[in-house]
Design a protein around this ligand. Structure first.
Ligand code: UDP
Length: 335
């Protein structure tokens, strides 16, 4: 039985971070949050969890949190995540994702916090030549977002060699869905992700869904992605934490996906099934930079952690996203 040590979650008011906080709290881990609330929401953090409003660049604040909370592990989600913005404003990404991660890692080393989990991304692979993608596939990010994340992976690898710290980098595929009890979900205004857009359209917040390209080398010509339910992803973080504690000499880098893909049209069909409506689909040109197919090879995480995905069914993912979208409307007082 692993001792449940105090965990600090950075970006715990954000989409994935808030689900990790829920998973940790539900499993009985002492958890605290630091968030600068640039994109996160207070309503996403469960009551009773200590929240520090501030920046991970603030070494004095981190030192105080580590002391007050007796922090023994960090799960690091805080960062910027909009790929096109990273192209137009690369230095923002190298600052928020790379420079600030460096400050956080340095604070962890100084305070002797021994375990670190990092929110990485399949975007580090760039446009993979083969799909499914294994962890040792070439990492050739095609945008500053992916590069800013990959640089942090390298910092962690080098730091773990030099200092008493082990880490786990989890490379997420397409994260979707929401807490099954609708305590949190994807709340970003102006989101660009397919399932979020499709459920917004189903609730009448949008007139239609654009299908970005129908001439990819995929079975129906539309883009194929490995959609992973955010609650299963959150569970993977909790299990990864257990693995870091159990083997303090071992660091891990693992894909997080289900190892199977759905096309854009298959996702929209699922939304139709779940809602009993028929979404208006409009064929549009390819979105620049989109790969045809991006699917994980997830054998490593399955062999390493006792991870049992609970919500892999696409209709379940869509159903939870839809329930959250409705709840979000209530929170925001819409309709
Ligand atoms: N997509 C689409 N219409 C949209 C949003 C996305 O056709 O309104 C497609 C996109 O081209 C890709 C897939 O859906 O093939 C997933 O895109 P998303 O933005 O959700 O995630 P990404 O894979 O780009 O991180």
């Amino acid at each position: 039985m692993i001792e449940k040590v105090p965990v600090l979650v950075t970006g715990g008011a954000g989409y994935i971070g808030s689900h990790a906080v829920l998973a940790l709290a539900d499993a009985g881990w002492p958890v605290a949050v630091i968030d600068n609330f640039s994109t996160g929401f207070r309503f996403a953090i469960p009551a009773g969890v200590p929240v520090y409003e501030g920046d991970i660049e603030d070494g004095a604040l981190l030192a105080r949190i580590f002391a007050e909370q007796c922090t023994r592990a960090i799960i690091h989600f805080a960062g910027s995540i909009v790929v096109p913005e990273s192209v137009s404003d690369p230095l923002k990404y190298y600052h928020n994702n790379t420079v600030k991660s460096r400050a956080l890692i340095a604070a962890a080393v100084t305070a002797g916090v021994p375990h670190f989990i990092f929110s990485s991304t399949a975007v580090t692979y760039g446009e993979p030549e083969t799909s499914p993608v294994t962890e040792d596939s070439p990492k050739r990010p095609i945008n500053p977002y992916g590069m800013s994340k990959l640089m942090t992976e390298h910092m962690l690898a080098d730091t773990a060699r030099a200092h008493p710290l082990n880490y786990c980098a989890l490379r997420y595929f397409n994260v979707a869905g929401a807490d099954p009890a609708a305590r949190s979900g994807q709340s970003t205004v102006g989101a660009t992700h397919l399932i979020k857009i499709a459920v917004e359209a189903a609730l009448g917040k949008r007139s239609h869904v654009g299908v970005f390209g129908t001439d990819y080398e995929t079975p129906d010509g539309t883009g194929v992605r490995d959609y992973i339910h955010v609650a299963d992803l959150a569970d993977a973080h909790v299990l990864a934490l257990g693995a870091l504690l159990a083997e303090p000499q071992r660091s891990l880098t693992m894909n997080c996906g289900y190892g199977r893909g759905f096309s854009v049209l298959e996702v929209l069909d699922a939304v139709d099934r779940v809602t009993n409506l028929k979404l208006d689909r409009r064929i549009e040109p390819r979105r620049p930079g989109d790969a045809g197919s991006l699917v994980s090879d997830n054998r490593l995480i399955r062999a390493t952690l006792p991870w049992q995905p609970r919500f892999a069914d696409l209709d379940t993912i869509v159903g939870h996203a839809l329930a959250w979208e409705r709840r979000l409307g209530e929170i925001r007082g819409e309709g």
